[in-house]
Write a protein that binds this ligand. Structure first.
Ligand code: SP5
Ligand code: ZN
Length: 393
């Protein structure tokens, strides 16, 4: 199927940096410091120019991680008037900020491969001439998001870029990922902004092996991943709990194929939220992949739009209680319509963290057996999750 570039355009009009409108000040996110603070959606047209299609003679072999994912998200959000989010253009990441995770020779190797016209980094990770620029803005979006959250300019935000990041290792691209966008942003929060506790929740259906490895020995980053197992990339067993002083700060929650809302939402409500309460993060970042959706072609879980809404509500509600800002960074998600709806559900939850009046933060699910097992396992590092502290539900 030929790639039609006509579709690959933002449909919401020109984008660029704008001041927060008075409308957003009146109707935006939660109260903070006596004034309402906006919710922000970060984007950049370079995301559309990272071309992953393989050209084999006359045939174009489509790749699931393509530009229409971003178009589908923007089309859905545009139809919903952007859910009150302020759209901002993401800058390219500062090379020294990127360098805190990715050694310069690796960055330069990606730059050179793109400048030469592109090529394959592994069997399913491919770059084109403009991929380097896209990757700089994808990482830059995550970093700018953290700046806005920590400066109090946004209470919640979402960085919607490609390529995704959570599989990328410091000097190795993999799983469609070039730079580990969320790790670069978390590293920036720790190093440049002197935060001491950052929580990363990775709800992409694949294990975030790159982020897991980068913060494996750190007690400053609580990395929690829910992922289908067995599945690519094969890491993320429950007994991988970190190393050195980071033991207990890597939390892997593998789930079997077929797992749906009951399992995924229960793990968020009864494991992730109590972990957040115990760790007291100053910032919460979500590796927000949507490939656990039941419509997704790359995996076998069955999370629905409502499941993503419930997970986002649970996390956003916990963040509000902890006065921690929350930001989502797009990872996977390959069923276009479901991707658009589920990102919209996430944004809606971010802007109304406690939902409708009366429905505030009560768990929607019981404690699934897999969540009970995880709590028992984690109680040695996080006593708040142990038996005697179990809440009914
Ligand atoms: C961001 C994201 O969702 N990435 C998903 C990557 C899934 N890749 C599946 C690969 C299947 C096996 N490929 C073996 C290639 C080894 N180089
Ligand atoms: Zn994925």
């Amino acid at each position: 199927m030929p790639v039609r570039t006509g579709e690959d355009r933002f449909d919401g009009g020109p984008i660029g940096r704008r001041r927060f409108s008075s409308d957003l000040l009146l109707h935006g996110g939660p109260e903070r410091y006596g004034a309402r603070v906006a919710c922000v959606f970060l984007e950049h047209p370079a995301s559309l120019e990272h071309d992953t299609a393989a050209y084999r003679g006359q045939d174009v072999v489509m790749h699931p991680e393509h530009a229409r994912r971003i178009v589908a998200i923007e089309r859905e959000l545009s139809a919903r008037d952007w859910l009150g989010f302020e759209r901002l253009q993401a800058p390219a990441v500062d090379r020294s900020v990127l360098g805190a995770v990715h050694p310069e020779p690796y960055v330069a190797s990606i730059e050179r491969l793109c400048a030469s016209g592109g090529g394959y980094l592994d069997m399913d990770t491919v770059v084109s001439e403009r991929s380097f620029e896209a990757a700089l803005h994808s990482a830059g979006g995550a970093v700018r998001m953290v700046e806005l959250l920590l400066d109090g300019e946004a209470s919640a935000a979402f960085s919607s870029h490609r390529p995704p990041g959570h599989h990328a290792l410091p000097s190795q691209a993999m799983g469609f990922c070039l730079f580990n966008n969320i790790a670069v942003a978390a590293r920036y929060a720790l190093d440049a902004r002197h935060l001491e506790r950052v929580m990363i929740l990775d709800w992409d259906v694949h294990h975030g092996n790159g982020t897991n490895q980068i913060f494996h020995a750190s007690k400053q980053v609580l990395f929690v991943s829910i992922h289908q197992s067995p599945l690519f990339p094969g890491t993320g067993a429950a007994d991988d709990v970190g190393e050195g002083e980071g033991i207990g700060f890597t939390v892997n929650l593998p789930v079997p194929a077929g797992s749906g809302d009951e399992v995924w939402v229960s793990l968020v409500e009864h494991v992730v939220v109590p972990l957040a309460g115990a760790f007291e993060p100053q910032l919460v970042l979500i590796s927000a992949g949507y490939d656990a959706h039941r419509d997704d072609p790359l995996a076998d879980c069955s999370v629905t739009d409502e499941g993503f809404a419930a997970m986002a509500h649970a996390v956003a509600g916990a963040c509000e209680g902890l006065a921690a800002p929350v930001g989502g960074v797009l990872e996977g998600g390959y069923a276009l319509a479901s991707l658009g709806r589920s990102v919209a559900a996430t944004l809606q939850a971010f802007s109304r963290p406690t939902g409708d009046p009366g429905s505030a933060s009560a768990p929607k699910t019981g404690v699934a057996p897999i969540a009970r097992e995880a709590r028992d396992r984690l109680a040695q590092w996080w006593p708040q999750l142990g038996q005697r502290n179990a809440r009914p539900g």
